[in-house]
Design a protein around this ligand. Structure first.
Ligand code: FE2
Length: 199
């Protein structure tokens, strides 16, 4: 029997090739979704229930699939419970998010101030789209988005980042108070001890 599927290991190999070409942030955000789509289609081969456990309280459940020793090319399975949502935030690196199970809503935000006043930001919502297994969103490092599981059921998504966002200079935004602050995910789990099936 011949397995023609696409694996996390193959995605990592392809991402390394793209990274080797030193594509810029926007080019990576254009190139990576086609690769991620292949992995999503093959999720029955690698996605396991223990990877899809929700976090405590309002925290997302995070399962690291891969991260390079220099913290680039970070891949996570993220699970949100119904009602969970993030504040508007940027990543400081390119990001690609794909649905694996269930669905949630991605909100886009636009910044209107010029960024010259420390701690101040005027961000306003600028569109929304649903993320599910048939729809992937991608963004460069300065894009601002938020996620909301408004589906009524747990939602599991695949997140691929140019760099683990705990190692980037990124921000969360408070639209009501016109404020911004540093934003860390707490996703520092290293992937080199993962079971073989996850790779
Ligand atoms: Fe995000």
């Amino acid at each position: 029997m011949c397995d023609t599927g696409y694996s996390v290991r193959e995605l990592v190999a392809d991402l390394r090739l793209l990274a080797h070409d030193r594509l810029d942030d926007a080019a990576m955000a254009r190139a990576v979704p086609d690769l991620v789509k292949r992995l999503v289609l093959m999720r029955h081969n690698w996605l396991r229930p223990y990877m899809c456990v929700a976090g405590e309280g309002a925290a997302a459940g995070l399962h690291a699939l891969h991260e390079e020793p220099d913290h680039t090319l970070a891949i996570f399975v993220v699970t949100w419970l119904p009602g969970d949502e993030t504040p508007p935030h940027d990543h400081g690196t390119w990001a690609v998010i794909a649905g694996l199970d269930g669905h949630e809503t991605n909100h886009w935000w636009k910044r209107f101030d010029d960024g010259t006043v420390p701690g101040y930001a005027d961000v306003r919502r600028a569109g929304s789209e649903r993320i599910d297994a048939s729809h992937i969103v991608a963004m460069a490092g300065d894009a601002i988005h938020s996620l909301h599981n408004d589906s009524g059921a747990p939602s599991t998504t695949l997140h691929v980042y140019g760099r683990n966002v705990d190692y980037t200079d990124r921000h969360k935004y408070d639209p009501a108070r016109h404020a911004l602050a540093s934003y860390k995910l707490g996703a520092t789990t290293r992937a080199d001890s993962l079971p073989q099936e996850a790779t």
